[in-house]
Design a protein around this ligand. Structure first.
Ligand code: PLP
Length: 388
C-alpha cells in the first residue's frame, strides 16, 4: 500500500486530475432533469462544446464511458454485413474492432506493430482496390492511448478524398480532444467520438459522438439496432435542452465548468501546454536512456508517453514500486504490451511542477525497482521546461 500523506498523483492517461472547480460543480444539488435549470444546463454544455471545438455539427451526449460512444457511432450509421476498415494501432483500436465484429459487421483489420500510426500508403492501396465501395466506414483512433502514438487524421481524410472513396470517416479522439489540435469540420470527420475522463478533466462516465451531415444521412437508412444510442430523439430533444431519458445531470454541471476552464485558458494555450509537458517527458525518458514505444518521434503523443522497460523487466513490478514508495499511479501496458511498458499520462489539468514531481518519482522508482537507467532524466526535463 502506498503512503497516504499528501495527494496521490494519478497519472494513467485517463482518468485525469479533476480540477477543484469541476469537483465543486459536480457537487451541485441534483436538479429536476425536466425543469428549466437543466434545460439551460444542457444548452450551455452544447454551446460550450461549439465555442471550444467548433464542431459545426450536433454533439450527442451519453451517460456512458467511451466504449458506449463507439457503439453509438457504429449502430447509428451502419447495417448488418457492412464492411468496416480498421487499423490495429493498439489496444483501443483492437477493442473497437471487436465491437465491430460483435455487431454483425464485417471487419477488415490492418495489423501494425503497435508502435506506429495509421499507415496512409496502406490505406490508399486498400481504398483503391475497393472499387465497389464495399467499405462503408474507416474507423481510426486519433491518439492511441495504449502506445502513445498519434495518427494523422487530416492525412487520412486527404487519402480518402484523393481516392474518391465515399466511406464514412469515424475518429475516436477520446484521449486527444481537449489536449491535441483537432478539427472535426476542416478534416471532414463523419463521426467524432469523445469521452469525459481525459482532456475534458471530468470523471469517467460521459461520452459523446459528433455526427456530420453525411453521417446523419447514413443514419436514415442504417439498419443496425440502435436502442439507447439512437441519435434522432436525442438531437430533437436537445434543441429544447431536454433528453429523451434522464441525463447524467451532475456530470453536465461538471462539463459546463470544465468547458469554461478550457475557454478561460484558451484552446491554443491548452495545446501548447500539452506539447510542452510531453516534450519534457520525452527528454526525461531520453535522459534515462530508455526507449519510447512510439517509433517515429513526429507521431509521439502529446498526452501520453509509453516507455519500454529494458532487459525484460516486468513493467508492472516497476509500477508497483513507484506506487508503493511514491504514491504515483502510472498506466499499465495493455494487450500486446502487457507487463512490457509503463505509461505516463500528461494530459488534462496538469502543469510543470506536477509533471516534474511525477518524473522525479519515476526516476527514483526506476532505480529502486532495479531498472538500469542513466541519472539525469529529471534534470533534462527541468532544463527544457526552464527554457520553454
Ligand atoms: N478509446 C481510447 C483512445 C481510450 O483511451 C479509451 C479508454 O482509455 C477508450 C477508447 C475506451 O473508453 P472507456 O474506457 O471510457 O470506455
Amino acid at each position: 500500500m502506498p503512503r497516504t500523506a499528501g495527494r496521490q498523483l494519478v497519472q494513467p492517461p485517463g482518468p485525469t486530475n479533476v480540477p477543484d472547480r469541476v469537483l465543486r460543480a459536480l457537487a451541485t444539488p441534483t436538479v429536476d432533469h425536466r425543469g428549466p435549470i437543466c434545460q439551460q444546463l444542457v444548452k450551455d454544455c452544447l454551446t460550450g462544446f461549439e465555442r471550444n471545438f467548433g464542431f459545426g455539427d450536433p454533439v450527442v451526449m451519453y451517460a456512458a464511458s467511451g466504449t458506449g460512444a463507439w457503439m453509438a457511432a457504429l449502430t447509428n450509421t451502419l447495417s448488418p454485413g457492412d464492411t468496416v476498415l480498421g487499423f490495429e494501432t493498439g489496444q483501443f483500436a483492437k477493442l473497437w474492432s471487436e465491437m465491430v465484429s460483435d455487431l454483425g459487421l464485417k471487419l477488415q483489420m490492418e495489423p501494425t506493430d503497435w508502435r506506429s500510426p495509421v499507415d496512409l500508403n496502406k490505406l490508399e492501396s486498400i481504398l483503391k482496390v475497393d472499387k465497389a465501395h464495399a467499405i462503408k466506414a474507416v474507423c481510426i483512433v486519433h491518439n492511441e492511448t495504449s502506445t502513445g502514438v498519434t495518427s494523422d487524421v487530416p492525412g487520412v481524410r486527404k487519402v480518402m478524398d484523393a481516392v474518391g472513396h465515399p466511406a464514412l470517416l469515424m475518429v475516436d479522439t477520446i484521449s486527444g480532444l481537449g489536449s491535441l489540435p483537432y478539427d472535426h469540420k476542416a478534416w471532414k470527420v463523419d463521426v467524432t467520438i469523445g469521452g469525459s475522463q481525459k482532456g475534458l478533466m471530468l470523471p469517467p462516465g460521459l461520452s459523446f459522438t459528433v455526427p456530420s451531415a453525411k453521417a446523419l444521412e447514413a443514419n436514415k437508412t442504417a439498419k443496425l439496432g440502435k436502442g439507447y444510442w439512437k441519435w434522432a430523439p436525442i438531437i430533437a430533444a436537445n434543441k429544447d435542452g431536454m433528453f429523451p431519458y434522464t441525463p447524467a445531470t451532475n456530470m453536465l454541471f461538471a462539463l459546463r465548468e470544465a468547458l469554461a476552464l478550457l475557454q478561460e485558458e484558451g484552446m491554443q494555450a491548452v495545446f501548447a501546454r500539452h506539447a510542452r509537458l510531453a516534450e519534457a517527458t520525452r527528454r526525461a525518458v531520453q535522459g534515462w536512456g530508455l526507449e519510447l514505444v512510439c517509433k517515429e518521434p513526429k507521431y509521439a503523443s502529446n498526452t501520453v508517453t509509453a516507455i519500454l522497460t529494458p532487459d525484460g523487466k516486468d513493467a508492472d513490478e516497476v509500477r508497483n514500486v513507484i506506487y508503493d514508495k511514491y504514491n504515483i499511479s502510472l498506466g499499465a501496458g495493455l494487450g500486446n504490451w502487457n507487463k512490457k511498458i509503463f505509461r505516463i499520462g500528461h494530459l488534462g489539468d496538469f502543469n510543470e511542477t506536477m509533471l516534474t514531481g511525477v518524473l522525479a518519482g519515476v526516476e527514483m522508482g526506476l532505480d529502486a525497482a532495479g531498472v538500469r537507467i542513466q541519472k539525469g532524466g529529471v534534470t533534462a526535463a527541468l532544463n527544457y521546461l526552464a527554457g520553454a
